[in-house]
Design a protein around this ligand. Structure first.
Ligand SMILES: Cc1ncc(C[n+]2csc(CCOP(=O)(O)OP(=O)(O)O)c2C)c(N)n1
Length: 643
């Protein structure tokens, strides 16, 4: 890494010759492939924007100039060029550097991000602040064609174009979101690429450039003389122009010199926002990723020679369990539809898409639209299932409240990646899910404990005549001990997995398994502790809860999520309403943004591993060691399930 190892910051990139920049690109790619093959991460996107990132750092002066990468999953080259080479090998590991932009890591990262389609808005805010403060730096938002399917981009462009703000948006068009990009706009970009023709004539370019006020002539002169003229054409882009942007492109996003020139010239434009369209290839430079970019978007550690995972998990993923249950339901019920926001494979809907393409909708990165569109489907009698990661579902909160819950429509959200997700870190954990949803009128909220129960929950949701959310973690969870049984999944029913009602652990989802292990540990110390799987978070099983309250049970709640407004808080509220003592302890994730690392290490950090639960529960129960269950009153069956 002769060149890369000499780069301490962007100032060193500026000193390189064209040839050295090309060599730098090779070294960056090699470093990215080596590291991601060991650590996992976003590979194909990061291979695609290596030259673009070099050109940005050549032309602009970060951190004085502000570079914002939308989503932020594609900033590995940026990290390597901004002083983070030495730590790059720790990518995404516990205590190591993040896979996303991170302010704590570098002054070159403006925001901690991981969610799509926000960069233009943030950039516009920065640009406005700059103008108000009389400063003079450049603001550049780099946005993928996938991210540009998110509606916020258009809200931002509509605003920026009208205000004539000085702002540069670089559209990094690789024709891919995670899968092939979808929607009318992706066809429009195709049209721009084709109609502009990479080999368009000089005159068209010159005309386009000349239309830019003040500096247009300079640009045009540069373009006329530019060596790469055949590739740098300016045409079309009417849609962006209608939004008040000057459109430039498309340009070859792997040609460092060409992009550097364009960016240098773009810096001269100070009275309107620019959209610079560059075309890149996702996975560029790694044959396997070029051929199957969707498979190499986000990867677990893999072998470079064949692309295969270093470790096969062998476990069925939760997404697959939910997706296959849905396929079976669709076979029997023609009302069942599936919706994804650009994540068909990630959410286990790929099988559905194959079998029922007419009832499958990939709406692009548009979670808000997905939920409201589902409301429309449901209003007309269909049964839509929107599979989405819990963290991205946050974006559609109001749509869920206003368009679904208020109308009491049978829209079901399969909320994947709930709880801690591990390596992707703070932008991706789904720990706010329960507090966000528990209070929504009309909503049924289910959190099954393993993949078997998940299938049962998905099946049961078809009988729910109103909004429903089923949440489950990223990893598939195998049944812990089938012998423990439980009464079987039913909406509104909790399942007693371990007898014992004097002291009891109430848990849901993955934490049910941890509670069982913790209870066994406590039993080994002679303390009988019951475990109840509270898989139906709303409606709660009030029969069960009232029985516990009547017995003055010592309750410890265990949840893999935020506790403020969470499950434990709701149990405490119910106890207060019924004049019963509150839980003796509530265990959950702390009220802060939790960084990245393996799920196990993160759960340990949150003191939610079985041994930690056992210790904390034991303390809360009063540390008794001799109790063996005591006299437990007979259950008084009550039928009501309160919401
Ligand atoms: C709100 C939201 N929904 C979904 C995702 C998951 N996601 C991460 S990257 C990505 C595709 C982005 O495509 P594009 O912007 O074209 O970038 P590329 O990876 O192709 O370079 C998606 C859907 C996300 N980060 N944020």
């Amino acid at each position: 890494m002769a060149i890369l190892s000499e780069i301490r910051g962007p100032q060193d990139v500026k000193r390189l010759t064209s040839e050295e920049c090309k060599e730098l690109a090779v070294e960056l790619r090699q470093t990215i492939i080596d590291t991601v093959s060991r650590q996992g991460g976003h590979l194909a996107s990061n291979l695609g924007d290596v030259e673009l990132t070099i050109a940005l750092h050549r032309a602009f002066d970060s951190p004085t100039d502000k570079l914002i990468f939308d989503v932020g999953h594609q900033i590995y080259a940026h990290k390597l060029l901004t002083g983070r080479q030495e730590r790059f090998g720790t990518l995404r590991s516990y205590g190591g550097i993040s896979g996303f932009p991170c302010r704590a890591e570098s002054e070159h990262d403006l925001f901690d991000t991981g969610h799509s389609s926000t960069a233009i808005s943030m950039a516009l805010g920065l640009a406005r602040a700059r103008d108000l403060q009389g400063e003079n730096y450049h603001v550049v938002a780099v946005v993928g064609d996938g991210a540009l399917t998110g509606g916020m981009c258009y809200e931002a462009m509509n605003d920026a174009g009208n205000g004539k703000n000085r702002l540069i948006v670089v559209l990094n068009d690789n024709e891919m979101s995670i899968d092939r990009n979808v929607g009318a706009l992706s066809n429009y970009f195709k049209h721009l690429r084709a109609s502009a023709s990479w080999y368009g004539g000089k005159k068209r370019v010159k005309r386009g450039l000349e239309r830019i006020p003040l500096v247009g002539k300079t640009l045009a002169r540069w373009a006329e003389s530019a060596k790469n003229m055949v590739k740098s054409v300016v045409t079309g882009g009417e849609m962006f122009e209608a939004l008040g942007f000057r459109y430039l492109g498309p340009f070859d996003g792997h040609d460092i010199d060409e992009m550097t020139h364009i960016f240098e010239e773009a810096k001269q434009v100070d009275d309107m926002p620019l959209l610079i369209h560059v075309v890149t290839q996702k996975g560029h430079g790694y044959d396997l990723a070029e051929r199957q970019p969707e498979k190499f978007h986000g990867v677990a550690p893999f072998r470079v020679e064949n692309g295969l995972r270093r470790e096969q998990s062998g476990k069925e993923s939760a997404a697959h369990a939910a997706g296959s249950a849905l396929v079976a339901m669709a076979a029997e019920d023609k009302r069942v539809c599936a919706i994804t926001a650009a994540m068909a494979a990630g959410t286990g809907l790929d099988e559905f898409a194959t079998y029922y393409p007419e009832r499958f909708f990939d709406v692009g990165i548009a979670e808000q639209h997905a939920v409201s569109m589902a409301a429309g489907l449901a209003r007309a009698g269909m049964r839509p299932y929107f599979a989405v990661y819990a963290t991205f579902f946050q974006r559609a909160y109001d749509q869920m409240i206003h368009d679904v819950c208020l109308q009491n429509l049978p829209v079901c959200v399969l909320s994947d990646h709930a709880g801690l997700v591990g390596d992707d870190g703070k932008t991706h954990h789904g720990v706010l899910s329960v507090p966000m949803l528990l209070s929504l009128p009309n909503l049924t909220l289910l959190a099954p404990r393993d993949t078997q129960e998940l299938r049962a929950a998905v099946r049961a949701s078809l009988a729910v005549e109103g909004p429903c959310v089923i949440q489950y973690p990223k990893e598939g969870i195998e049944p812990y001990a089938q012998a423990l049984g439980g009464e079987g999944f039913a909406v509104g029913r909790w399942q007693r997995l371990l007898e014992g009602e004097e002291r009891v652990l109430l848990a849901y989802g993955r934490m049910t398994q941890h509670a069982l292990r913790a209870a066994e540990m406590m039993r080994e110390q002679g303390v009988k502790v019951g475990v109840i799987d509270c898989c139906s978070l709303r409606p709660m099983d009030m029969t069960c809860l009232r029985r516990l309250m009547a017995k003055r049970a010592k309750i410890v709640t265990v949840e893999e999520g935020e506790m403020i407004g969470g499950f434990g808080a709701e149990i405490a509220r119910q106890c207060a309403l019924h004049g019963a003592p509150p839980p003796v302890a509530m265990l959950g994730t702390p009220n802060r943004f939790i960084a990245h690392g393996s799920v196990e290490l993160l759960l340990r950090e949150c003191a939610l591993m079985p041994d930690q639960i056992a210790r904390r529960a034991m303390e809360a129960f009063g540390g008794e060691t001799a109790a063996k269950g005591g006299a437990e009153a007979q259950a008084k069956p009550e039928e009501t399930h309160e919401r």
